[in-house]
Design a protein around this ligand. Structure first.
Ligand code: PAF
Length: 281
């Protein structure tokens, strides 16, 4: 596995691969890799000749300086996991390399970003769209891989790819969970033993809510019951629990036949912000 640190080196490498007729897969990450990331790398390796994994804790997508400062950074341990998973190139740029000058461009994804993460983390999707666009230009992948734990992020990147005519296929994979249901996340490493013990309550709330949706319980009631279940454990502060259309991400007020919904939440637990979601077809 090659480790590259500059945009120029990555661009030269991937352009060579393209000229040789190789298919390129890109897995953008912020590191502190877990089984969810490795599933994406393995899928990319099965579908592509060359797999580029980027690890970059992108400062422009953090609206909370402490969250950025405390985000786990484990480049050596990550590198050791990536080779066996099928990664060909690890791209590890510095902040200066990704942002030689502050970015002035601003993305507006309309209603897609006025809800949930976009509403609660001002500027977050602008930072995501900026860095993802840069990575797409530097690497020019045929396919780009994202995890569905960030359901709204996948929707935003899909819009980005469509609106800016990026010539690539977006591939997304379902959330990978711990045996007790907790969604795998790099931030889980920051949970104390006590917090980790109660963290599966989030998925339990989502599963109960999904059962409510399937049996026709009204959306507001589903939302209230889930919020009450989470907040019955005082260690949680619930930021939101939304019942949304799975495509438009707009709140669902009444059930319509054939419509898929996504149940999304964000909660704070022991100083760590966690998100999760479940899709109900
Ligand atoms: O999902 C993430 O880890 C990040 O938002 C991403 C897509 C790598 C952009 O920094």
């Amino acid at each position: 596995m090659e480790i590259l640190h500059t945009a120029a080196a990555l661009h030269a490498y991937t352009e060579n691969c393209r000229r040789a007729g190789q298919r390129l897969g890109l897995v953008p990450t912020m590191g502190a890799l877990h089984a969810g990331h490795l599933q994406l790398v393995q899928a990319a390796a099965a579908a592509c000749d060359v797999v580029v994994v980027s690890i970059f804790v992108n400062p422009t997508q953090f609206n909370n300086p402490d969250d950025f400062r405390l985000y786990p950074r484990l480049p050596e341990a990550d590198a050791a996991l990536l080779g066996p998973a099928g990664c060909t190139v690890l791209f590890l740029p510095s902040v200066e390399e990704m942002y030689p000058q502050p970015s002035v461009l601003h993305f507006d994804f309309g209603p897609l970003e006025r809800v949930m993460e976009g509403a609660h983390r001002p500027g977050h999707f602008n930072g995501v769209a900026t860095v993802v666009s840069k990575l797409f230009h530097m690497c020019r992948p045929h396919q780009a891989y994202f995890g569905q734990k960030d359901w709204q992020q996948v929707a935003i990147v899909r819009q980005l790819v469509q609106d800016l005519s990026f010539d690539l296929e977006l591939v997304s994979f379902p959330t990978v969970r711990e045996p007790d249901g907790l969604a795998m996340s790099s931030r889980n490493r920051r949970l104390s033993t006590e917090a980790r013990a109660v963290a599966p309550r989030l998925y339990e709330a989502l599963e109960q809510a999904a059962a409510g949706v399937r049996s026709g319980v009204a959306p507001t009631q589903v939302q209230q019951q889930a919020a009450a279940y989470i907040m019955a454990e005082p260690a949680f502060t619930l930021e939101y629990f939304e019942v949304a259309d799975a495509q438009t991400l707009q709140p669902v007020e009444a059930w319509e036949p054939g419509r898929s919904v996504v149940l999304c939440l964000a909660a704070h637990l022991g100083g760590v912000r966690l998100i999760d979601n479940v899709v109900v077809e």
